[in-house]
Each structure stands twice: as C-alpha cells, then as structure tokens.
Write a protein that binds this ligand. Structure first.
Ligand SMILES: Cc1cc2nc3c(=O)[nH]c(=O)nc-3n(C[C@H](O)[C@H](O)[C@H](O)COP(=O)(O)OP(=O)(O)OC[C@H]3O[C@@H](n4cnc5c(N)ncnc54)[C@H](O)[C@@H]3O)c2cc1C
Length: 456
C-alpha cells in the first residue's frame, strides 16, 4: 500500500507529526506496536509524576508539625494512589486517540510492529507499506545491565514497578539516575525501606557534585540508604526477596529489585540494515541537524536519536522537523536550549552547561552559587533544601547554564531558559524587579553573588 508519509511510533513526536502531516493533506500511516502515546503517557512522565504528587502529599502531612500543624497519623492507601494514576493515564490515552481520529481519514493507524524492508518500504505483519517520507520515532526501553543472576529474578523496571499492587517492604534500586531517584523517594514516602545502589560517587552523576549533594542529604534524612561507588556483581533470590552482592561491602537484601540502569534504543528489531539506516555504536539512529538519517527520505526524532531523552525534546523535534519538511526551517536540531527537571523533592533542574562541562570544554566562565535556604520564601515555607548555580560567560555576560535544586525548581529554571533563548545577558535578571517574597528572588540573588553584579 502506498502513502505519502509513514511515522513509526506514536510517541511524543510521532502523534503530532502524523496528525499535522495528515492535516496538511498527506496520506499518512502511523504505526504503533504497543500502547498509543508511547513512554511518557503510559510508563513515564504521566504515571510517575502522578504518584510523586501522592508521595509528596504524604510527606507534607507527615512533616506538617514543623509548621506547627499536627496532622495525625498518615495512612497510605496504595490501591487508591494506583487507581488515581491509572485514571490520569487513561485520560491522556483518550486524548491521544482523539488526536488521531480527529486528524481525519488521511491518517491511518496501523497496529503492529514495523520493520524496514528498504529505505522507503516497511512491513507490519504480512502487510507492506511504501512512502517517500518515513519518520522513525521508536523511542528507548530499559537497558538490562550485565549482572550475574539477574535473568533468573523477577526484577522490576519502570513499567513493572508501577504495576505493583502493594508497597514493597524493601525496594533495592539499582541506579541513581533520575528514574531511580524519583522511584526511590516515592516508595520511601509510601512507607517502603529503600536502598539505592549507584556505581558513581554521587546520585544524578551527570550533575556537578555540589548539585547532587543537597538531594543526597535529603534522601539520607528521609531514611533512604544511599550506597555509592559500588558495582553490582551478582543478584540472587533470598527467601521471598532478593540479595545483591557488591564489589565491596556487605550484601544488600531487599524484598524487590528495581533496575534503573540506563535506556537502550528500540532499533534492534527495526530492520535498519535493510533500510540502509546507520546506527551509532550504542544502536541510536544517526541523524544530522535536520533529522536526516543516512537513508534518503528517512528521518528520526525523539529518544531514539540519542540526544537528551525528554518528552519536551521529542515534542520539539516534531515542530522543528515539520517546519523543515514544509520548506520553512526556522530552527535546527543543534544548539537548542533544553531544560530538564528531576521530580524528586527538592526538584533538581538544569539548563545549558554545568560547571564541570564548562571546565571540560575549556570555556572561560564565572560561577555563582547560593544556598536555596537563603531565599526568604524558602525560610517562610520551611523548604530550605537546595542550591542555585549560574555559569556565566564573562565576556558576553550571557548565561551558559544554570541549576536550581529546590522546591519548584522545575518552574524556576525556565526563567534562565527563556533568557538563554532570547540571548539576553544576566544583567536583565539583575535589573528586573522581582516580587517579594517569591522563590524567584533567589534567581536574582544568585546572579548578584558575582562581583560584577554585587551592590556597591
Ligand atoms: C519512568 C520515566 C519517567 C520519565 N519522566 C519524564 C519526565 O518527567 N519528563 C520528561 O521530559 N521525560 C520523562 N521521561 C522520558 C520520556 O518519557 C521520553 O523522553 C519520551 O516519551 C520520548 O518520546 P519518544 O517520542 O522519543 O518515544 P516514545 O514515547 O518512547 O515512543 C516510541 C513508541 O514507538 C513504539 N515502537 C517502538 N518500536 C516500534 C516498531 N518497530 N514498530 C511500531 N512501533 C514501535 C513504542 O511502542 C512507543 O510507543 C520519563 C521516562 C521514564 C521511563
């Protein structure tokens, strides 16, 4: 069957791209092998952040005493938390379905696994589809680390952990990246014992150490055991639970094991060799700044391109690619300002480069740093954990990057992102009048830690 365009994968880029191509009059086929909406809606952002909200409510209720409020004993109704999560996920799934049906008959949904037969032809089951334009948006899935014995155990990944019907007695989390950290704190606040085992010296090890440290302090204060600089050698069954042996130190025993040790691309069963689509050494699709793969007429977007793996990045990919395909490119894949947020409490947010990266690249830079707890609003609300960091280009005074660790850091970071996108200098932040008392006052105060912006 012939079409004008084929989109493989109904993720954050795939659905809007397919719907817009169909809306522009192109006969478009969207192929999905699993649940509509991809990772974010079904197994990623939506369910996790819904459950993180319940976990935070439990924490606020438990610690209300610090504000002089006695809230009584907190009881976790886990089935109700899961039901709320499922209802919100269903709402998003319905939205995706409506977006597809609303695109009209030019958009055809094909359910099944797509494989390339050649650069302009795929097969789904016994059916073949051809198009001059094919866009790959197949995403990534959990990587399985090489740990002896893991194969024989009922370990959990980000998907299976959200299908639990009861709070685990002791959750052992293998991996201290953002997925591991969000689940660790969530389940701790639901009442589980939690141990996080991290190979590197810090949680969230892409961050500067002084950005990870406030979170580690909070984790430990909440009773999460954080084991760093340990490699997991073996996993085995122990009673009704699991045990993992490390390269040093005692075994870690728990009732459940969550593996959150990276993500790998869904390209191993996509037939890329037959399509002439080049992959990098880790299996990600190689694309240029215009999302072109090595095969003519084949593009790739989203997590599978190996760039920052975020919903907003995948969605932005669709916008940029759509404009490129429409012959009116405004932006390209390169050089974008990409913020990110880890939805722990305190949240850990960043944009641009950090201090380590600035050093590594040999860039001239100035660093401003301030404790989140010196913001008036942080003191008033007793939300003092965290830090603010700003990396400045001393010549242009432009912001090279920023980190905010603190309550609502995910909202605050966008002030820096907007300034960076606009090419503004940090002086704009110093000169603007900021309402008191807000957390945003900290953004100005951190800039004013730099001698050039200090009050004289
Ligand atoms: C636990 C967790 C929490 C997360 N939290 C956040 C967050 O808070 N914020 C954020 O920005 N990001 C978050 N993410 C990341 C975010 O979910 C992804 O970056 C985003 O979903 C990527 O979208 P995508 O379009 O690239 O791919 P996906 O959404 O993964 O979609 C790919 C689709 O392709 C389908 N597919 C794969 N192979 C084939 C094939 N051969 N044929 C047909 N269909 C195929 C898959 O079934 C899938 O539906 C989280 C991820 C996880 C796992």
């Amino acid at each position: 069957m012939d079409a004008d365009a084929i989109v493989i994968g109904s993720g954050q880029a795939g659905v809007p791209l397919a719907a817009r191509l169909a809306g522009a009059g192109k006969r478009t086929i969207l192929v999905e092998r699993s649940r509509l909406g991809g990772t974010c809606v079904n197994y990623g952002c939506t369910p996790t952040k819904t459950m993180v909200a319940s976990a935070r409510a439990a924490h606020v209720a438990r610690t209300a005493g610090r504000l002089g409020v006695q809230a009584g004993a907190v009881r976790i109704d886990f089935p109700a938390i899961v039901a709320r999560k499922d209802a919100i996920v269903r709402r998003w799934q319905d939205g995706v379905r409506k977006r597809i049906s609303g695109a009209g008959e030019r958009l055809q949904l094909v359910e099944g696994h797509a494989r390339f037969v050649s650069a302009n032809e795929i097969e789904v089951g016994s059916q073949r589809y051809r198009a001059g334009l094919i866009v790959i948006d197949v995403g990534v899935r959990p990587a399985v680390p090489e740990v002896e014995g893991l194969g024989g155990l009922p370990w959990l990944d980000n998907r299976r952990v959200m299908e639990l019907s009861a709070v685990p007695r002791h959750l052992v989390v293998l991996g201290g990246g953002y997925i591991g950290c969000e689940f660790a704190q969530m389940f701790r606040r639901f009442g589980a014992e939690v141990t996080v085992v991290q190979r590197g010296p810090h949680l969230l090890d892409r961050e500067d150490p002084d950005v990870s440290e406030p979170l580690e302090g909070v984790f430990r204060a909440e009773g999460i055991k954080v084991v760093t600089e340990r490699k997991v050698l073996r996993a085995s069954a122990r009673g009704s639970g699991i045990a993992i042996s490390l390269d040093d130190g005692p075994e870690v025993e728990g009732s459940h094991l969550l593996v959150a040790a990276g993500r790998r691309p869904n390209t191993d069963d996509l037939g890329c060799d037959r399509g002439g689509i080049e992959l990098d050494e880790k299996g990600f699709v190689r694309v240029d700044d215009q999302y072109r793969t090595s095969a003519k007429g084949v593009y790739a977007v989203g997590d599978v391109t190996g760039g920052p793996q975020f919903t907003h990045t995948s969605w932005d990919d669709h916008r940029i690619l759509y404009d490129i395909l429409a012959g009116r490119p405004v932006r390209s894949r390169a050089g974008r300002v990409i913020p990110y947020v880890v939805f722990t409490d305190p949240q850990v947010a960043g944009v641009g480069i950090n201090e380590r990266e600035a050093r590594k690249r040999g860039l001239r830079h100035e660093v401003a740093r301030m404790e989140f707890g010196s913001i008036a609003r942080a003191i008033e609300t007793d939300e003092t954990d965290g830090v603010l960091k700003l990396i400045l280009d001393p010549e242009s005074e432009r912001i090279l990057g920023a980190n905010v660790v603190g309550v609502e850091a995910g909202e605050l970071i966008h002030v820096f992102a907007a300034l960076m996108q606009a090419g503004a200098t940090a002086r704009a932040l110093v000169d603007v009048e900021i309402a008191h008392p807000t957390f945003a006052e900290g953004l100005q105060s951190v800039a004013m830690q730099l001698p050039r912006y200090a009050l004289r």
